[in-house]
Design a protein. Structure first.
Ligand SMILES: Nc1ncnc2c1ncn2[C@@H]1O[C@H](COP(=O)(O)OP(=O)(O)OP(=O)(O)O)[C@@H](O)[C@H]1O
Ligand SMILES: [Mg+2]
Lengths: 339, 309
């Protein structure tokens, strides 16, 4: 793999040609207002300093419990929510401060598949118009052309051409998610952030939608940021995996490394919870004590120390940084600090 | 292997099929469903027909009667109902039927145009405020609060006292431009809850312009609230016209309106003995407002996904 590093003249960004998306120290804090005068009393630190890199064509799985900030991370990366701090570099361009029509122009290249198939389609719009809306936003195609394109897209995602005239409430969750996928695909994007695309669906339908996403990846040259709260779903989709806890990225690594040799105590607990199909292999399940602390009032030091089975006194004080402990495996944990 | 992985390995995507696919039927928008529900609502349909008839009669007043509503006929003062003057005449000798028809025209004109102005301004300000949030919202809402605390009735009365011969148009404009605050707040709160739905984020992410997001995505989804709000407003605007005219600060006295008709009856003698002067406009107002409220209820039920019909 040749890594061509070049310097972007304008922005002084080191661009790796293989890299499609680079997120640097991204933060998203939601202010909390309280009291009679609605004064700001604090922040919900939904995403607190995460960095990640996506190479072209790969799938990066982002895993973490409900409420750890996965959706917020996805939305902030795609500039659907304003970030508090940090940088997002997409295809060699810093998109962090783009706005208005410049940002709208760029949006063609990155799309999102949303978490809730029941809320992510406008209930008042016909499927045909839901799917042709992105195309109409960027081109002036004739009605006939649009219709043909939409029908092709619908068929490609496993729906029927005649579904064009139907409304979202006439479809099941799985079918709605397919409509959402067709809509994201319509602009032929480079990156798709799939925010728990199957967590709202029945298990039997989950695999169909996941397979569809996999097929489309090859066909349309897609790069995925695949969000899930469940390691077993992410396993089949991802090349690399990032594990989030309470707004922080605690471990990043190749899929196999994360599964076979997780380093962070939180990742170890997550992998131990995956059911082992072979009854002969006895796995010790690590049960985490206590609840996830509130992101408004996160613990000092390492955010995981309140639930960590191997916490040390210094974990309360020092915030661990992501460090490469093995090749292609980074972990943010003081256990691996050499000093 | 866990269930997900097993299926991933064994089942390829079946073409054109999801497990719980419903049988094919023609697409039906939520509007069509609401319309069907409304058509099955008997009180609402009767009310719509009634309001339609009242509107048509009022609009065709000049065809239906050739009596000049403003003509004061000394011969007919307090005339009782007769074959020639079905509902008699008032204390200025004006024919009651003619007055009712022309009065309906004024009252409905005021009702509909005030409602239109209020709904337009309220929707515009409420949608922009709720959609953008943040600074835009706090500026617009501060302005709305200011307008809301503005003593609107007192203002109308003061304007009327200073400019004694302000006409119907001035009344409509004053009510319309002062009365939108309630509508703006209702629309804003509905927009704020509606925009939490992911379809708004989805529209932004596919590159739809903010103006289009508001017009094509938000507006159709808050339209049911707006329509219900409009019917409530229409009824209360007719009451406002009646009330203002009744106390002498509404429609100029020489312009016939239902409120003015009640105003001329405002003395004990007329009330106790000359029923034909005040009962007809009273009934016209009552039934019109009642029917508008039935229509409003009908809309509310029709838009409610949980209603049984
Ligand atoms: N608009 C908002 N205002 C305030 N707080 C928010 C907002 N959106 C999200 N949060 C908070 O940020 C945190 C992260 O939320 P987020 O939706 O990103 O979690 P998630 O990992 O996607 O969870 P899930 O698996 O349930 O989708 C939560 O504590 C949530 O309450
Ligand atoms: Mg989420």
């Amino acid at each position: 793999m040749s890594q061509q590093v070049q310097l972007d003249e304008k922005k002084d960004i080191h661009v790796d040609k293989e890299v499609l998306l680079e997120v640097r120290n991204l933060k998203k804090y939601y202010p909390v207002h309280a009291g009679f005068f609605k004064r700001k009393v604090g922040d919900v630190k939904a995403v607190d300093d995460i960095s990640l890199t996506l190479k072209k064509g790969e799938t990066f799985g982002l895993v973490g419990e409900s409420g750890c900030g996965k959706s917020t991370a996805g939305r902030t990366i795609l500039r659907l929510t304003e970030s508090t701090d940090g940088q997002v570099i997409f295809d060699g361009k810093d998109i962090t401060n783009l706005s208005g029509s410049l940002l709208r122009e760029k949006r063609q290249d990155f799309q999102m598949v949303f978490q809730d198939p029941y809320a992510s389609l406008n209930p008042k719009m016909m499927v045909g118009h839901l799917v042709d809306e992105p195309i109409r936003n960027y081109t002036n195609k004739s009605h006939k052309q649009l219709k043909t394109e939409v029908e092709e897209l619908l068929e490609r995602v496993g729906l029927r051409a005649e579904d064009y005239f139907k409304y979202p409430h006439e479809f099941s969750g799985g079918q709605r998610q397919r409509i959402g996928i067709a809509r994201a695909l319509a602009l032929n994007p480079k990156l798709i952030v799939a925010d728990e695309p199957v967590s709202a669906l029945d298990v039997s339908i989950q695999s169909q939608v996941l397979n569809l996403l996999k097929e489309l990846q090859g066909e349309f040259d897609l790069t995925y940021l695949f969000i899930a709260h469940d390691l077993s779903v992410v396993k089949h989709m991802s090349d690399r995996i990032g594990v989030m806890y309470l707004g922080h990225m605690v471990e990043v690594g190749d899929k196999d490394a994360i599964y076979k040799e997780p380093l962070h105590p939180y990742t170890q607990a997550l992998t131990s919870a995956i059911p082992e199909p072979d009854p002969l292999i006895k796995k010790e399940r690590i049960i985490l004590e206590g609840d996830v602390p509130s992101p408004q009032n996160p613990p000092t030091g390492c955010v995981f120390h309140t639930r960590c089975p191997v916490a040390m006194p210094k974990c309360k004080e020092i915030i661990p940084q992501l460090k490469e402990v093995r090749p292609n495996q980074q972990v943010a944990c003081l256990l691996y600090d050499k000093e | 292997m866990d269930p997900v992985s097993r299926q991933l390995h064994e089942e390829p995507t079946p073409p054109n099929l999801d497990a719980n696919r419903k049988p094919i039927k023609r697409g039906q928008s939520q509007w069509m469903i609401a319309r069907r529900r409304l058509l099955h609502n008997v009180p609402a349909m009767i009310s719509i027909v009634f309001l339609f008839i009242v509107t048509v009669l009022s609009l065709s007043a000049s065809i239906l009667t050739d009596i000049d509503p403003a003509r004061i006929n000394p011969m007919l003062i307090d005339a009782k109902p007769s074959a020639e003057h079905w509902l008699g005449a008032d204390n200025a000798g004006r024919d009651i039927v003619t007055m009712l028809l022309y009065g309906g025209r004024t009252s409905l004109l005021i009702g509909f145009s005030c409602t239109a102005i209020i709904i337009f301004l309220g929707t515009l300000i409420g949608t922009v405020s709720g959609f953008y949030g943040g600074k835009v919202d706090s500026i617009l809402m501060r302005f709305t609060d200011f307008m809301m605390n503005f003593p609107f009735l007192v203002f109308v009365i003061v304007v009327k006292t200073i400019f004694i011969d302000t006409g119907v148009l001035a009344l409509i404009l004053v009510i319309g431009f002062l009365g939108w605050t309630g509508a703006a707040r209702v629309v804003r709160s509905k927009v704020m809850s509606e925009k939490e739905n992911e379809y708004i984020l989805s529209a932004i992410s596919i590159g739809t312009k903010p103006s289009k997001v508001m017009l094509k995505h938000l507006l159709p989804n808050v339209m049911s609230t707006i329509i219900v709000q409009a019917t409530l407003l229409l009824a209360s605007m007719i009451v406002v016209e009646t009330g203002l005219s009744f106390i002498g600060f509404g429609v100029p006295p020489d312009v016939p309106s239902w409120g003015n008709m009640l105003q001329t009856a405002r003395n004990p003698g007329t009330l106790s003995e000359k029923w034909w002067i005040w009962i007809p406009p009273g009934l016209a107002i009552t039934f019109t407002i009642l029917s508008i409220n039935f229509i409003g209820e009908g809309f509310k039920d029709a838009f409610n996904p949980k209603s049984s019909k």
